[in-house]
Ligand binder design. Structure first.
Ligand SMILES: [Cu+2]
Length: 200
């Protein structure tokens, strides 16, 4: 202990000295003994530790596309473009598009999944009762066109429902099925997406 050195500094210095001394002692010992067995044993243990760690991390890493959650529920089978055209109406009957001379197209606009963006176009849309109304999903995520003002509407989906329309796909509903009048509709995936179609 140096004279007048504060006790705290003395202890700190002592601990540092002990640690450094131990380390040097260990290294010198290893070199002196040139214990090849110990060296190769350490090398082997390190390799085994590495391999085990590699595979454990691999096993613990989630696989992309696999959702391992107790809350997950399978969605109903997504209709493809052909099915989507036939998905109109609660009965899901096949629609013969060639039977319609009068066709009205409504776009589900790109970017509509973001609240505040325009949802459907044209909006309002209009069709005569002999028309076939086709929603075209121009966006990159699934949408629907479902009659009603929103999920809370007790009449929701009762007049018409495209069900899920995948990106790039279409879904058609005969205007006759909607009946005359001004019809509100929305997207069940993004209930802030609202549109109106008037059948005359
Ligand atoms: Cu949507």
């Amino acid at each position: 202990m140096i004279d007048n050195e504060p006790l705290h500094d003395c202890l700190t210095r002592s601990i540092k000295d002990i640690n450094r001394g131990d380390l040097i002692h260990f290294v010198v010992n290893m070199a002196d003994k040139t214990d090849k067995k110990a060296f190769y044993a350490l090398l082997g243990l390190a390799a085994i530790t590495g391999i085990i760690t590699y595979y454990l991390f691999g096993a613990a890493t989630p696989t992309p596309g696999i959702v391992d959650s107790i809350y997950r529920q399978d969605l109903p089978a997504a209709p493809n473009a052909t099915d989507a055209a036939a998905a109109g109406g609660s009965a899901g009957e096949t629609i013969d598009e060639s039977a319609f001379a009068n066709k009205v197209e409504v776009q589900i606009l790109a970017g509509s999944a973001t609240q505040g963006n325009p949802a459907y176009g044209p909006d309002p849309a209009s069709a005569t009762s002999d028309a076939l109304v086709t929603w075209v999903n121009e966006d990159t995520v699934p949408h629907t066109a479902t009659s009603g003002s929103g999920p809370q509407d007790p009449e929701s989906g009762q007049l018409f429902d495209t069900s899920i329309v995948m990106p790039g796909a279409t879904a058609s509903i005969p205007a006759e099925q909607m009946g005359p009048g001004e019809h509100e509709y929305y997207c069940t995936v993004h209930p802030f997406m609202l549109g109106t179609i008037t059948v005359t």
